[in-house]
Design a protein around this ligand. Sequence first.
Ligand SMILES: O=C(CO)COP(=O)(O)O
Length: 253
Amino acid sequence: MGRKFFVGGNWKCNGTTDQVDKIVKILNEGQVPSTDVVEVVVSPPYVFLPVVKSQLRPEFQVAAQNCWVKKGGAFTGEVSAEMLVNLGVPWVILGHSERRSLLEESNEFVGDKVAYALSQGLKVIACVGEMLEQRESGSTMDVVAAQTKAIAERIKDWTNVVVAYEPVWAIGTGKVATPAQAQEVHAGLRKWLATNVSTEVAESTRIIYGGSVTGGNCKELAAQPDVDGFLVGGASLKPEFIDIICSATVKSA
Ligand SMILES: O=C(CO)COP(=O)(O)O
């Protein structure tokens, strides 16, 4: 199939310079599979991006957690895609549920951001996911399809996109989706891509899972056929992130 396992670490709004040093040390000393087996991308807050990028082992990459929706200019407090490119930051996370809900980023706005970031040469981790009420009312697939559609309508090339399925009820709650629940939505998203974009894009696009992933639950999730990796929050700040990276070997075993 050729979808390389992808593990992202989303540090969110966490860290001091001392803590960043410690996390980078853990990452740099960890025994992990080769880059043929797993792609690792860590996402510190903007202010730590340059230092993390310069100190991190060369086979690990960095991502920003957001960027502005269009070309930079008079947009106080924002960071543009051009700036990330200028700093040599290859990846950006867009549409995280914390931004969709707390900052009211709409599907369309996220779609615009994805299109602009790609147009500038960034690679994008695009997040989708339903809230608990939506799952309970049976609309999970409709919600993630609408979020994906707003992206699909605005881009042509999916080569530099990783889709992160992050059910909101599983984020930071310790309530992880079961492997079967994750597999069901990942397979549904892949089917949506096959029907609405192309079978090639469906087969080649990595769909990763996020929401209370830990060193303890990662292997069972990684074993699901449509789970191509993880976007990890809390556990990406801890030594167990190395175990999560190592779960990539479940696929090649
Ligand atoms: O939001 C997430 C990653 O983007 C997941 O966060 P947790 O792993 O802390 O649940």
